[in-house]
Design a protein around this ligand. Sequence first.
Ligand code: ZN
Length: 250
Amino acid sequence: MGYIKTKGIIIKEINTGEADKILTIFSRNYGKISGSAKGARRPKNKLAAATQMLCYSDFVLFKGRDMYSINSCDIIEPFYEIRNDVVKLTYCAHFVDIINDAIQEGQPAPKALQLFLNSLHLLAKTEKPPELIARIFEMRLLSILGYAPYLKCCIECGNADLSREVFFSFKQCGVLCQDCGRKEQSSINISQGTLRALRHIAHCGFNELFCFDLAPPLINEMGRICKRYLRERLEREYTKLDFLKSLNMP
Ligand SMILES: [Zn+2]
């Protein structure tokens, strides 16, 4: 019991009572936690500004019997640029959906938090294509969660020569050489560039993670792999980005 301090970002808000909110915070020290913000929907309330969706803030919380209550919070980064752009906002909603599913209550997940914050930062402040940021976010998050695909050599026969044709197997969670790939009907043929990008995302140091570009056809190929891999590993279909397709946006 008592007060705790942590940095954290708000990933869900539910209105309750006359002017209160219950927030889900992805916190640095405690993983996902729930906290009530009394009066936060009143514009002049001291919690109003920093308890908006997506605000990354310094929190002081009181640990109650069922959940935390927010005593004070100071904004570190509000990610305003995302709120004013429908494409960025949709990508952000997609990230938030995945984070809400993948991160457990009360278990610190510092690598996932760093990945999430960096992805939001690039989405908000740079011109890096959002679809590339999304593919990096998805595949790196799956790797952090322990689902990195096997990319070193053919997962079936150990053949390290993937220079002719290379296939991605969802069934075996890794790559296949030409001979094995042609035999496994559910695998898909991928390009060498996509293989290089997958290896980079799954295994590079964090500082280099976002430091590459990818041609649009390869981003599309990555998209097909990530969407299905994400669905099969997290057992849920993520559909927020379909909205952009319906508008014919990236
Ligand atoms: Zn093989």
